[in-house]
Ligand binder design. Structure first.
Ligand SMILES: *[C@@H]1O[C@H](CO)[C@@H](O)[C@H](O)[C@H]1NC(C)=O
Ligand SMILES: *[C@@H]1O[C@H](CO)[C@@H](O)[C@H](O)[C@H]1NC(C)=O
Ligand SMILES: *[C@@H]1O[C@H](CO)[C@@H](O)[C@H](O)[C@H]1NC(C)=O
Ligand SMILES: *[C@@H]1O[C@H](CO)[C@@H](O)[C@H](O)[C@H]1NC(C)=O
Length: 350
C-alpha cells in the first residue's frame, strides 16, 4: 500500500510538472556520426522544454570536436550551451582506418556552418565545467549522459574541493547526480557477439572506464552495443532543412548518397531524457525496458565487461527495446528529431 502510494506520488509529480531534466553530456564527437544524432535529439528536447542541456564535455582531443558541437547547438538556437574540452587541442581530422568507408565530418561542419564558439581554445576544462554545474545544482537533480570515453568522468570522480564545492568528486556526484546513463559495453557480457570489448569501454582508456563503471557512487543505466547497432537512423535528405548541419554531417560521414547508420548515441539520448516510461510526453509509446532486475556491471583491465548476478544490487540496469518495438520504429522516431530545425519547438511526434 505504501509502495503504491509512493508510486502514485511519483507519477503525479512527473506527469504534472513536465519539468525539464537537467543533463550534462559527455561526447567523443569525431569519427562516428551518432554523436551528431545525439546532439540533435538533445537540442530538440532542450527546445521543447523536456530537457535542459546544462553543458557538453568533449572527450576527443581535436579542436574540431567542440567547434562542430557549437555549430549543431547554434543551428538549434542553443549556441549558449557551455562546451568544455581538454587541452592541449590538436588539429586532427578523422580517417576511417576500420572500414575505409566513412568520411570525416567534424572539420567540415566546423568551417561551413555558423557557430557561437569562435575558438576551441576558449572552452573551459571539462572537470571544471562539471564541478561548476554540479556545485550549484539541487541535490539529485542532474543526469549525466556518457556517450564516449570515460576520462573526463574518471577525473571528476577523483577531483578535490575547489571554489565550486567543498565536496570531493565522489561526494559531489553522490549528492547531485540522480543517474549516470552510459553508452558502452555489451550485455550481459562482452566477448559474446562482436569484440572482446566494446569500443567506448576498451578502445582508448579502459582504466578510466574501470574507474567510472566499477566505482561510480550512484545509479547507472547502460545502453550497450546491440540495440544501437541494429537501429539504422539518419535524416532524410527530402525532409531535413537543406541548411541542416545534422543532414550534412550524416551525408559526409555515410557517403555515397546514404545518410543512415547505427544509432548508439541517439538511442541512448532518448532513454536519458524519457527513461522507460516518459514517452507519452512526446505522444509515443514507450520504447525501452530493463533487461535485468538486479546485479551490476564489472569492467576488466582490457575494457571487457560482464554482468555480476548479485541480488543485493538493484541500482544498475541495461536497456533493450520494449516488447513489440522494432528496430525500425526506433529509427523512425530518431529520424523525426534529426530533421527538425530551431523553429519547431514541439516534441510531439507525428
Ligand atoms: C579524454 O580526456 C582525458 C582527460 O580528461 C585525456 O587524458 C584523454 O587523452 C582524452 N581522450 C581523448 C581520446 O581525447
Ligand atoms: C593547428 O593549426 C594552427 C593553424 O591553423 C596552428 O597555428 C597550430 O599550431 C596547430 N596546432 C597543432 C597542435 O598542430
Ligand atoms: C533488431 O535488432 C536485434 C538486436 O538488437 C536483432 O537481433 C534483430 O535481428 C533485429 N531485427 C531486425 C528485423 O533487423
Ligand atoms: C546471470 O544470469 C543470467 C540469466 O539471468 C545468465 O544468463 C548468466 O549466465 C548469469 N551470469 C553468471 C555469471 O552467473
Amino acid at each position: 500500500m505504501m509502495f503504491k502510494m509512493l508510486l502514485y506520488a511519483l507519477w503525479v509529480t512527473s506527469a504534472g510538472a513536465q519539468s525539464a531534466k537537467d543533463i550534462i553530456m559527455d561526447i567523443d564527437i569525431m569519427g562516428g556520426i551518432d554523436d551528431v544524432g545525439a546532439l540533435a535529439v538533445a537540442n530538440v528536447f532542450h527546445n521543447c522544454g523536456l530537457a535542459t542541456i546544462r553543458g557538453i564535455a568533449i572527450n576527443t582531443s581535436s579542436k574540431y570536436g567542440s567547434l562542430a558541437t557549437s555549430c549543431i547547438n547554434t543551428y538549434f538556437g542553443n549556441g549558449d550551451i557551455p562546451i568544455a574540452a581538454m587541452k592541449p587541442l590538436t588539429n586532427d581530422t578523422y580517417f576511417d582506418r576500420y572500414t575505409f568507408v566513412n568520411g570525416e565530418y567534424a572539420s567540415k561542419i566546423a568551417y561551413n556552418y555558423p557557430r557561437a564558439l569562435d575558438d576551441a581554445g576558449h572552452t573551459p576544462d571539462p572537470v571544471q565545467m562539471y564541478r561548476r554545474i554540479l556545485g550549484s545544482a539541487e541535490d539529485g537533480s542532474i543526469t549525466v549522459v556518457s556517450l564516449g570515453y570515460f576520462d573526463n568522468l574518471a577525473t571528476l570522480i577523483s577531483s578535490t574541493p575547489d571554489e565550486f564545492s567543498p565536496l570531493g568528486g565522489r561526494d559531489l556526484i553522490r549528492r547531485k547526480v540522480s543517474e549516470l546513463v552510459v553508452m558502452g559495453g555489451e550485455y550481459p557480457t562482452s566477448n559474446t557477439i562482436h569484440f572482446t570489448y566494446e569500443f567506448n569501454f576498451g578502445g582508448k582508456t579502459p582504466q578510466a572506464t574501470q574507474a567510472v563503471v566499477n566505482f561510480w557512487p550512484g545509479r547507472i543505466t547502460f545502453s550497450g552495443y546491440t540495440p544501437g547497432l541494429n537501429v539504422i537512423s539518419g535524416p532524410s535528405p527530402a525532409l531535413a532543412p537543406p541548411k541542416s548541419p545534422v543532414l550534412a554531417g550524416y551525408e559526409w560521414y555515410v557517403g555515397r548518397g546514404g545518410a543512415s547508420t547505427s544509432s548508439w548515441d541517439g538511442l541512448t539520448m532518448l532513454y536519458a531524457v524519457l527513461s522507460l516510461d516518459g514517452f507519452s510526453k512526446i505522444g509515443h509509446k514507450n520504447l525501452f525496458k530493463y533487461q535485468n532486475t538486479y546485479g551490476y556491471n564489472h569492467v576488466s583491465d582490457d575494457g571487457s565487461n560482464s554482468w555480476v548476478n548479485d541480488t543485493s544490487r538493484t541500482d544498475q540496469h541495461w536497456i533493450g527495446l520494449a516488447d513489440g518495438v522494432s528496430n525500425n520504429s526506433v529509427a523512425q522516431t530518431l529520424n523525426q528529431f534529426y530533421i527538425r530545425g530551431a523553429s519547431q519547438i514541439s516534441c510531439t511526434m507525428l
